[in-house]
Design a protein around this ligand. Structure first.
Ligand SMILES: C[S@@+](CC[C@H](N)C(=O)[O-])C[C@H]1O[C@@H](n2cnc3c(N)ncnc32)[C@H](O)[C@@H]1O
Length: 276
């Protein structure tokens, strides 16, 4: 892994760890998305894997449908919170620190892979999908909800009227994720859905992103200034005022500011190899 990629991962882990205590109360839309993804999960399976489990609130529901669940996350702080808050320390869940790009699991060992709102943090869709396909047992399913291109478009558009820097991450398109899954020989069905959250003002909108730990701007070049601004969330009053004015004029409805989450749902199935 390049230096920049590992630095990005460390920053992702750090920000999500910091947000562990505020995540559940701020992450309503993430819960809606995870519930929509859960609708595709089979009612029973043996060994499950939840990639990017966060505070573990969905892992507990997944564990109720299987014999063993590995709930994995990059952020140690998220795992510590999840473990502490798991009902009676559920023995069927194994909490594990790990990276979606390099799953700490044996080949063909998982009967159901689940992931909601985590995989967009990887910048290597091929690698993630090859890892998922590798650990899936023959005949198993993967249910993946991934934030994709088109998300936060109002925020990105508003920032662009202020400066030429990127303030919102570039996300892969739903088609890129679909193609990456297909290229692993998986059978794939995809749906897309938009979710919109509404905010009273720009501070509240930005803080809705920060309280869930998603305020990490992935860099392709390392910049200490960028990291400093991000960690302190230093935008001066005038910049925020300008951002809010543009956002209000262009997007507000009934004085509320919308923020769009564009999500693709991939249902993947791994078939046994054919010998012809
Ligand atoms: C928005 S939260 C979603 C948590 C949970 N799945 C939910 O729906 O509430 C994203 C989670 O993905 C984790 N994450 C980000 N990149 C990851 C990676 N490469 N491997 C594993 N987990 C990752 C973050 O640490 C964070 O806990």
């Amino acid at each position: 892994m390049s230096d920049i990629a590992s630095r990005n991962k460390a920053r992702i882990a750090q920000q999500f760890s910091r947000a562990a205590n505020t995540y559940n109360s701020a992450a309503d839309v993430q819960l809606d998305i995870a519930f929509d993804a859960m609708a595709y999960v089979p009612s029973h399976y043996k060994n499950g894997l939840d990639i990017g489990c966060g505070t573990g609130r969905i892992s507990q529901q997944l564990a109720a449908r299987c014999d063993n669940l590995v709930a994995m996350d990059l952020a140690f702080g998220m795992l510590a919170y999840a473990k502490q808050n798991s009902l009676g320390g559920d023995p069927s869940i194994c909490w594990l620190q790990g990276d979606a790009d390099c799953l700490p699991m044996a080949d063909n060992s998982v009967d159901m892979v689940f992931s909601s709102m985590a995989l967009q943090w990887s910048d290597n869709q091929q690698k993630v999908m090859s890892e998922i396909a590798r650990v899936m047992a023959s005949g198993s399913n993967a249910i993946l909800a991934i934030m994709c291109d088109g998300s936060f478009n109002q925020l990105n558009d508003s920032w662009q009227t202020i400066d030429s820097q990127r303030h919102v991450n570039n996300l892969a398109s739903a088609q890129t994720w679909y193609d990456a899954a297909k290229s692993q020989g998986l059978q794939v069905t995809m749906q897309e859905k938009q979710y919109v959250t509404w905010h009273q003002n720009i501070r509240q909108l930005l803080s809705s992103i920060k309280s869930i730990g998603a305020n990490v701007l992935l860099t392709h070049q390392y910049s200490t200034e960028q990291t400093r601004l991000e960690s302190k969330n230093v935008f001066n009053r005038h910049t925020l005022q300008y951002l809010e004015t543009f956002y209000q004029q262009k997007y507000a409805e009934s004085m509320q500011l919308p923020l769009t989450y564009q999500v693709c749902f991939l249902q993947c199935r791994k078939y046994p190899p054919t010998w012809d």
